[in-house]
Design a protein around this ligand. Sequence first.
Ligand code: G1P
Length: 297
Amino acid sequence: MRKKVTKAIFPVAGMGTRFLPATKSIPKEILSLVDRPLIQYAIDEAREAGITEFIFVTSRGKGALEDYFDAAPQLEQTLRKKNKHDLLEELKRSTMDSGEIVYVRQREALGLGHAVWCARRLIANEPFAVILPDDVIAAEKPCLKQMVEAYENTGGCMVAAMEVPPHKASAYGLLDVKEDMGSLLKINGMVEKPDAKDAPSNLAVIGRYILTPKVLNNLGKLKKGAGGEIQLTDAIAMEAKSGNDVYGLRFDGQRYDCGSKSGFLQATIAFALSRPELHDELMDFLAETVGSRRAAQ
Ligand code: G1P
């Protein structure tokens, strides 16, 4: 029997410089799409995929994240008194039981691979997931759940994969595909942010991973890669090079790059439009605004 994936690592140590000054005093993972912080989307997705242990790799200045997941007795009491049961339910989703969530500090910003490696002692000898909260994926079946289901048949390592336009490919980890089996891809290797001329494909790694503990060993041996950082992509590529199975899954769903302002705004609009209570007013506003902008051009 394959071991179940019950642990997930959330690398949240980044400084979020692209969103300054908003992120000067709050972690970027607390920035909200409509009324729910980015990190809440990641946690909800992980829970729905069967994750029960949540490992946060943080850094200085991320205290607001710890508070976010804590119980809020005063707030709960007030809502109870006012009979605001729906808000109480919402609040419950953000509260983690003691022991369900752990925080590890990444002491130096040495890259995504290094951040994942910082959690090695908490993973021990089990497969684990990694979720990058910047990548928000709207899907009928949550992306990580799709991956866990596929992984139950394949084993090995698995990354979420998506075609990206060639002019954007160099911003991603790109897959070198050995066998294209439709939604599932078998991988020869992968390259982190190559120059356009060296891109093995325009199939990009999106921030969802299921990894074997061997990847953590590889990370311990790696030298700095693209951008002078320890790259998770390189540690997974090492698995493929040593003959172990690595897969990509073309997931069903719409991915938003909430690490960029434009992606964040697109996600905000899309998520707001999917709320019945906001839909009509926002549609009217968008139609009007787009109409008058077009007319002025
Ligand atoms: C990270 C990974 C990259 C991946 C991307 C997906 O890069 O290193 O392989 O394609 O996330 O969002 P980042 O965007 O953090 O630079």
